[in-house]
Design a protein around this ligand. Sequence first.
Ligand code: WQD
Length: 333
Amino acid sequence: MDILITGGAGYIGSHTAIELLNNKRNIIIVDNFSNSKKEVLEKIKEITKKDFKFYEVDYKNEKALDKIFEENNIEAVMNFAGYKAVGESTQKPLEYYENNITGAITLLKVMKKHNVKKFIFSSSATVYGNPEKVPITEESKTGETTNPYGTTKLYIEQILKDLYKSDNTWDIAILRYFNPVGSHESGLIGEEPNGIPNNLMPYIVRVASKSLKELSIFGNDYDTKDGTGVRDYIHVVDLAKGHIKALEKLEKENQGLYIYNLGTGKGYSVLDMVKAFEKATGQKVPYKIVDRRPGDIAICYSDPSKAQKELNWKAEKTLIDMCKDSWKYITRS
Ligand code: WQD
């Protein structure tokens, strides 16, 4: 039985592919390399010493997806494919709605046709918008998203809820990621956004490696302990392991719709992250304080106790691990 991973050459998809292979699962990766690199596939094989099927296919291509389902014995799908840059999504809303939502619907239609009902969706803490209170639980209010990227995640969650209401033989896990950072301990794969990074950790890493001059900290006048934004940073390997536990939950229950926050439950400020990175790597991270970034919220961190209770999953890696692994990846030979 195979696990289909759309976007499996991407940052979170590739780390999850490694964990699945390490757990002796058969996987099939589908990716069109719109935001990933083909060599990641070789790195996954190098790290795990395992092979897997790969199709260079856009997940919006219904005919191609149909053929993949016909040729294989797929039991579950993990959907990582989708555009994910918050800032870019405000510039390209149509591309984001088309790719993320049409892609998900196409995938679900083909799954339905082949009676494959186990689906794990890569959602995001952005569905909570600006949280009324923290820590955020799965019962916290969603909606009022502040960018098209977050809205695509919200809409796909709604599509899944309606799908399950129409047919309760679906077996769905919605996983709301907080801020994924870090890289596999081998240093062979990691986060490699195209162009100038939007996210904090990839930017810090480039400043430390002197490929960028200094970090601009977007505002230090938030109502937080040091005025800078607070987020729940989670190591990408902990996040990947959460997907294994979610798959096991779906296999145990065989139907249902489950929603989990995947975070550490700890909030760290931008200055905490800078200090942790300098401590972990011995590298200096020069910075300047600039104006707030439009759309940013002050504080966002999770209450991950539901995943701990129902999935027997808990993030284990520390902020220092996240910084060390990120640095190891960018300084790989
Ligand atoms: C973190 C903090 C910034 C860059 C987004 C998405 C989320 C997920 C992660 C996909 C904030 C500050 C950042 C910089 C800074 N993506 N910052 N200078 O915005 O919390 O979340 O990325 O799933 O869904 O919403 O992450 O890393 O951009 O920002 O001061 O150059 O770092 O203001 O406080 P964010 P981020």
